[in-house]
Design a protein around this ligand. Structure first.
Ligand SMILES: Nc1nc2c(ncn2[C@@H]2O[C@H](COP(=O)(O)OP(=O)(O)O)[C@@H](O)[C@H]2O)c(=O)[nH]1
Ligand SMILES: [Mg+2]
Length: 272
């Protein structure tokens, strides 16, 4: 991160700065603010503060949310293939246990046996109850059974799902069905939270993915994974600005501990 630092001195070509911004997923609207600030009269010392101020003025952040880790919550984890759903769940189990909640998991990614094994591995490692479907079983049926199987002394249920593209109607209908089953059988859960995982590397293309998923299910929060890869971090400005859905978590590595709550101020510090 900190890719803008090298532009803090006034000796740079605007085109070089523009390229760097676009490569980092910063859309033109925010690129203009940054270019104007850096080429304007702000002093070198407070340039970072000037950038933050100017960005915040134009941004419409809905991100300062208090995310509650309440018991009796079911989390449905959805997203594209490889966007980090299962890895996130492994990390989330760790985080929930640190908060003295008692998670359990349902593997409804019946499409790939290896995906269920991957999740089972995390569940065993974290010593939490695990429920899985059989190969190619209807994922909505697996979720239903997992909910029935859920014991009251476990306080949180996390449901892993197969990766799907937002424009694949069959798979999106399948997701809708899962979501409906959850809603109809939610009695023992106080809260249902649907979280969409996004790979930070895809940058502004996240917009279409969020919109696509939103047209089938309501999304309560976003998880941005692979921010450690450094690419396209600037695209989060647009996600924050354009959507009412908070970014809740950031995954910044493959290790179980490499998950943090998303904080807007810290995000700007890392970006700039
Ligand atoms: N560097 C990095 N890799 C990640 C992160 N999250 C997931 N991955 C990797 O991305 C790949 C896909 O992750 P996976 O959880 O299987 O994605 P899923 O298909 O959505 O369940 C795996 O190789 C993970 O180790 C992250 O925050 N940083
Ligand atoms: Mg997976």
């Amino acid at each position: 991160m900190f890719f803008l630092k090298k532009f803090f001195s006034k000796k740079f070509e605007i085109s070089e700065l523009e390229d760097a911004l676009y490569e980092n997923g910063v859309e033109p609207k925010f690129a203009d603010i940054i270019i104007d600030t850096l080429s304007g009269e702000a002093q070198e010392l407070d340039i970072k503060d000037a950038l933050k101020k100017n960005i915040k003025e134009k941004l419409n952040p809905q991100n300062n949310i208090d995310w509650n880790f309440e018991p009796n919550t079911l989390y449905l984890i959805i997203g594209n293939n490889g966007s980090g759903k299962t890895t996130f769940i492994g990390k989330f189990l760790h985080l929930l246990k640190e908060k003295n909640l008692k998670p359990s998991v349902v593997a409804a990614d019946t499409f790939r046996a290896a995906a269920m094994e991957q999740l089972e591995h995390f569940a065993n490692k974290m010593d939490v109850p695990f429920f899985k479907g059989t190969d190619k079983e209807d994922p909505a049926a697996v979720v239903y059974k997992g909910m029935i199987n859920f014991k009251e002394d476990n306080s949180v249920l996390i449901v892993d799902t197969s990766g799907r593209q937002h424009n694949n109607k069959n798979l999106m209908d399948e997701l809708k069905k899962i979501s409906n089953i959850i809603e109809k059988n939610q009695n023992q859960f106080l809260n249902i939270k649907t979280l969409l995982t996004l790979d930070a590397n895809i940058g502004l293309a996240s917009k279409q993915i969020i919109e696509g998923f939103q047209s089938y299910v309501s999304i309560d929060g976003l998880i941005i994974n692979k921010v450690d890869s450094n690419a396209k971090y600037g695209a989060l400005l647009t996600i924050i600005n354009d959507f009412d859905i908070p970014i809740v978590f950031e995954g910044y590595g493959e290790d179980i501990k490499e998950l943090r709550m998303f904080e807007f101020e810290k995000y700007l510090d890392r970006l700039l």
